[in-house]
Design a protein around this ligand. Structure first.
Ligand SMILES: *[C@@H]1O[C@H](CO)[C@@H](O)[C@H](O)[C@H]1NC(C)=O
Ligand SMILES: *[C@@H]1O[C@H](CO)[C@@H](O)[C@H](O)[C@H]1NC(C)=O
Ligand SMILES: *[C@@H]1O[C@H](CO)[C@@H](O)[C@H](O)[C@H]1NC(C)=O
Ligand SMILES: *[C@@H]1O[C@H](CO)[C@@H](O)[C@H](O)[C@H]1NC(C)=O
Ligand SMILES: *[C@@H]1O[C@H](CO)[C@@H](O)[C@H](O)[C@H]1NC(C)=O
Length: 487
């Protein structure tokens, strides 16, 4: 088994290197989020990473099971600290020392290749209203001191992944980039810290959000095949928003005397569902364009050379908050079960494409649907959909989404099945006051996929079904039933 895997990895590397005649100038990383009702086993995911040639992974916290599975994998790790821990870690050195002892030192000793600690996640986002402005930097200092004390500071660097809204250009030209005025001083303090420890500036860059926020955003400027609306900046012409955004940061660093701080792209990607601009075609165009762009090794106009980046993200997460939008649960390059969503060559160009997770176990091929005889005008239907979508994921339903073409009954069935699968196909979860029935005929139609969940041993459902924002779910349910109510 191990030999087979080693051979597969070796073959893959050869394929990657020969693929399109492109030199693999820089390793590519990926974000591994874990907000799923039914996560694949950590060992399955680590094998998926290796099979596909990822050599870096970014985690949002320090789960023991995941770090354990990465032991000896050869994959470099950025371990995250959630924002809600920042206040404690800022308050005193002891908390930081405990955190490092428990979540870093032991794992490093066991052979987990931890390279970075990411203190907080986009803590200065404007939507956080300044909640983490006072705690982020002290927490970074305390974690740094704890790493020094543990003798790990040379190997493990402290940084903070920041949303691209911490820098901007008043003119739109990258060369005029600077840090956001309300946090300018704080940013310089942090950048000074990064410069003195040799840690990178980690920035999350999202052309999709630019498009989502502004329907007039020029679509072709998001991709990497030239643009009808390039940005001319002195002698440089920017053909894509990634380069322009990246170089706005580089210019901000230079302007403030830190032109030598390295930049890591902490998150970059495109979602596939939950919004009119989130679909397989755009996601493939963006991600493949990006990967081919960085595989060329040309870099950006202000930083020629390799680009260090982590794709966002590995696998769809059906428990993510949809407060920013329904697309939040659909960023994966893989579906919930580790199947690739579309052909993507990590090496760029025409190299070998994504391989699926191996050895995945599914529940039975059984779905839950609305009984054909049910009456849509029945009040129980609306209540049942609200209930189902409150506890399961209905974000594939909506205007121009993968299931946007369903009829009214299809909508209800989709909601019922989503709940039934989330509840591990428990018979009681396909009743809905007598409105529902199970079927062994796959109701999948066109782009709308009715899933069969993976088998995680029955433990996942009920506990993880909590915590979905009820308000948002009922809005969704209302949408699902909109036209049926009007009948
Ligand atoms: C890390 O260490 C601290 C101890 O300071 C612990 O409370 C925390 O839950 C650990 N695990 C994670 C995932 O952060
Ligand atoms: C930020 O402030 C707005 C407006 O006052 C509020 O609606 C929102 O809930 C706040 N967000 C957080 C994270 O505190
Ligand atoms: C970057 O520049 C700063 C300020 O001049 C200096 O303190 C630091 O040592 C430099 N770091 C590297 C990695 O060259
Ligand atoms: C990929 O293959 C197509 C068709 O064979 C070719 O036109 C294209 O130039 C190739 N792309 C790269 C980057 O090699
Ligand atoms: C099904 O639900 C979607 C949104 O969730 C809605 O746009 C559509 O109108 C619904 N279709 C019918 C026929 O009710």
């Amino acid at each position: 088994m191990a030999a087979v895997r080693a051979a597969a990895v070796a073959l893959l590397s050869v394929a990657v290197l020969c693929g399109a005649g492109l030199r693999r100038s820089q390793a590519i990383g990926v974000n591994w989020g874990t907000q799923l009702s039914h996560p694949l086993p950590a060992s399955t995911v680590v094998r998926l990473l290796r099979d596909n040639g990822f050599d870096k992974v970014k985690l949002f916290d320090a789960e023991d099971g995941i770090l354990g599975a990465l032991r000896g994998s050869g994959i470099q790790v950025m371990v995250g600290i959630p924002n809600d821990m920042l206040a404690d870690l800022a308050a005193g050195g002891k908390a930081a020392e405990d955190w490092v002892a428990k979540n870093v030192s032991g794992h490093v000793r066991d052979g987990v290749d931890i390279r970075y600690v990411a203190v907080g996640n986009e803590p200065f986002l404007e939507t956080f209203n300044g909640t983490y402005l006072k705690t982020t930097f002290p927490a970074m200092q305390n974690i740094q001191a704890a790493l020094v004390k543990a003798g790990l500071a040379d190997k493990v660097k402290v940084t903070v992944p920041l949303n691209a809204d911490v820098y901007q250009s008043p003119t739109g030209k990258p060369s005029d980039g600077d840090f956001r005025a309300d946090i300018h001083g704080l940013m310089l303090t942090i950048v000074q810290f990064l410069a003195s420890t040799g840690a990178p500036f980690v920035a999350n860059v999202y052309p999709f959000i630019s498009l989502y926020a502004d329907p007039n955003f020029p679509l072709d400027y998001a991709f990497f095949q030239g643009s009808s609306s390039p940005v001319v900046d002195g002698g440089v012409t920017y053909q894509n928003t990634f380069d322009a955004n990246h170089d706005t940061l580089v210019a901000a660093l230079r302007r403030n005397g830190f032109g030598n701080v390295s930049v890591v792209v902490g998150e970059v990607g495109w979602p596939t569902d939950g919004d009119a601009s989130a679909n397989l075609d755009y996601a493939r165009r963006f991600n493949q364009g990006f990967l081919t762009h960085i595989a060329s090794g040309q870099g950006t106009p202000l930083r020629p050379g390799p680009v260090d980046a982590y794709l966002f993200s590995l696998i769809d997460e059906d428990r993510k908050s949809i407060q920013p939008g329904n697309f939040e649960r659909h960023w994966g390059i893989f579906n919930y079960d580790g199947t690739p969503k579309y052909a993507l060559s990590l090496a760029g160009g025409n190299g070998s494409t994504l391989k699926p997770a191996r050895g995945v176990r599914y529940l039975e091929k059984r779905w839950c649907v609305l009984k054909p005889s049910a009456d849509l005008a029945d009040q129980k239907v609306g209540d049942s959909v609200s209930y189902a979508c409150g506890l399961a994921d209905c974000t594939a339903l909506g205007y121009k989404t993968s299931c946007g073409g369903l009829d009214a009954k299809g909508n209800v069935s989709y909601a019922f099945n989503s709940y039934y699968q989330t509840m591990d196909q428990d018979a009681r979860a396909c009743d809905f006051k007598g409105l529902a029935t199970t079927t062994s005929v796959d109701p999948t139609a066109g782009t709308c996929r009715f899933i069969v969940e993976i088998d995680v041993g029955g433990a996942a459902a009920i506990s993880s079904a909590r915590g979905v924002a009820g308000g948002v779910a009922s809005v969704l349910a209302a949408l699902v039933l909109m036209s049926s109510m009007l009948l």
